[in-house]
Design a protein around this ligand. Sequence first.
Ligand code: ADP
Ligand code: MG
Length: 236
Amino acid sequence: MVLENKLDLTDSSELARVEERISKIKALELFESGLLDTFEVGTFVGLASIHKHLFGEVYSFAGKIRDKNIAKNDFQFAPLMYLDASLDYVSKMPQSNFDEIIEKYVNMNVAHPFREGNGRSTRIWLDSILKNELGQVVDWSKVDKEDYLLAMQRSPVKDVEIKALLKDALTNKINDREMYMKGIDASYRYEDQYIYKTEDLALKPQLQQQSRSLGDRLFDYQSECHSSKTNDIAHK
Ligand SMILES: Nc1ncnc2c1ncn2[C@@H]1O[C@H](COP(=O)(O)OP(=O)(O)O)[C@@H](O)[C@H]1O
Ligand SMILES: [Mg+2]
């Protein structure tokens, strides 16, 4: 079943493509506009702001607490009944050193507040805590997908693996645009989204001046798809 979306897409692979494209543009916008630096650091409110920005044009649930219980690989994330209390608790967890920050990240992952998009938004949230508190961020391009996912599966029981993995990938390049973009691409790759490179989605300066809306760019994208489909037929 396709997740209900604002674009009325009914094909799951098309939704995945459009979601990837729009939310990667939005992720870059968060960084370039400085908006990310205005959000609360280390609270659910801050995470919800990130989620709303990334997915607000695609899902009406963007930034909102889920209304369903969800599970992955037999692991059940926080039951709805305890979700509000759990988010209050995590928001108040300390974040003054690396271990505390990762423990907070692991607990936010166990809460999994949104219907979809928890991984991608929470990794940006984690980096904003690390940046603010330690002057470092994770270079996600150095974190292997399988290692990461196994460490996250294990993290509710034991967090040593995820701590070791992320500690090894820390960097001081906190304001490096290229690193941020590569990090977004790696983060999306963990979720099997790798059609677009964030760098290629970056607007050219003259387009930025014209400040074209995301809707226009989506229209271009849909026209591209349409013309490539038409071309396919024409070649047959
Ligand atoms: N079995 C698991 N147990 C705990 N956490 C998991 C498990 N599997 C995946 N995760 C975490 O959940 C994230 C995916 O959550 P999801 O809401 O689907 O985010 P996204 O839509 O961004 O992919 C992964 O990136 C990982 O951090
Ligand atoms: Mg997902």
